[in-house]
Design a protein around this ligand. Structure first.
Ligand code: CP
Length: 325
């Protein structure tokens, strides 16, 4: 069985509905569109004075973040609360993990407290998948980022942003710029953009920060930023993920900014109405100039807002996929 069929055998139920959310690789356009439509309805709801719905009332959601996070953790917590769930944020630094408890034992103990859903971020690729294979049936696992592998809810909130602000994917040229090699976000974005039929997906960066054979994922490779930005509708900037770099991939951050940093002048090479995105955290003056990050084409804070709605969509769909098997 190939990798995406195997992932789907774990994350989908017999009717093809989500029961876990581990990766976008192999999910079909129909299901991805259903997530986008559901997220859109929650975006509209978040503009109302009462932002809560009872879809997860009586359910318990546990946030298990073994790696640091600001946006993902906070938006998952808010999303669970807006769905009326009870939320437990396990503080990993003060947990029994420091006494040598394994991931599996931590999970089994939290499961014994009748938890219904775990949102998992881990530095090991495959951690969320491993957990999904070891939980009791009826408990949902949501991948909040695993190593370099996948960050599926980030990529989906990025698609919500693109669809709301640019429309039809088939008409769009998208450039993903920077440290693609260490980026789980880029991998998930490439899968979903291709499945949704994006006109062109370009990856732009130095050879040392582009994975070998990346073109086999259906992207155009550019080593030159000016060439990569020309006439695109969407620019997605990525930070240098130094925490995942085992050795030096670049002469210096200053050199990287000179060659790959997004300045106002460089952004002018894209279409005049191009949008600028970044999953965050941003490093001003390293991959993006402040004037661009805070400028009128920037969607960076809108992305964060759509993150709550997107996570509400995924959590409610995964919970509903538990009961209809
Ligand atoms: N985009 C993202 O995953 O940000 P955090 O690390 O703050 O969650």
């Amino acid at each position: 069985m190939n990798q995406s069929r195997y992932a789907n055998s774990v994350q989908l139920n017999d009717q093809g509905q989500l029961r876990h959310f581990l990766t976008l690789e192999g999910l079909d356009r129909e299901l991805l569109t259903e997530i986008l439509n559901t997220a859109d309805s929650f975006v509209d709801m978040s503009a109302q004075s009462v932002k809560k719905v009872p879809l997860l009332r009586g359910k318990t959601v546990v946030n298990l973040f073994f790696e640091n996070s600001t946006r993902t953790r906070s938006t998952f917590e808010l999303a669970a609360k807006r769905l009326s769930a009870d939320v437990l944020n396990l503080d990993i630094k003060s947990s029994a993990t420091s006494k040598g408890e394994t991931l599996r034992d931590t999970l089994w103990n939290l499961q014994a407290m009748a938890s219904d859903m775990f949102v998992v971020r881990h530095s090991d690729s495959g951690a969320a998948h491993f957990i999904a294979e070891h939980v009791t049936p009826g408990v949902a696992i949501i991948n909040a980022g695993d190593g370099r592998h996948a960050h599926p809810t980030q990529a989906m909130l990025d698609m919500v942003t693109i669809r709301r602000h640019k429309g039809d994917f088939s008409q769009l040229k998208v450039a993903i710029v920077g440290d693609i090699l260490h980026s789980r976000v880029a991998r998930s974005q490439i899968h979903v953009l291709n499945t949704l039929g994006a006109g062109e997906v370009r990856v732009v960066g130095p050879k040392t920060l582009l994975p070998k054979y990346i073109e086999t994922l259906g992207v155009t490779v550019c080593y030159d930023l000016d060439e990569g930005l020309r006439d695109v509708d969407v620019v997605i900037m990525l930070r240098l993920q130094t925490e995942r770099m085992a050795s030096a991939f670049l002469p210096s951050q200053g050199e990287f900014y000179k060659l790959y940093g997004l300045s106002r002048e460089r952004l002018a090479l894209a279409k005049p109405d191009a949008i600028v995105m970044h999953p965050g955290p941003i490093n001003r003056g390293v991959e993006i100039e402040s004037e661009v990050a805070d400028g009128c084409q920037s969607m960076i804070l809108k992305q964060v807002g759509y993150g709550v709605a997107t996570r509400m969509a995924v959590m409610s769909m995964a919970m509903s996929g538990q009961t209809t098997q």
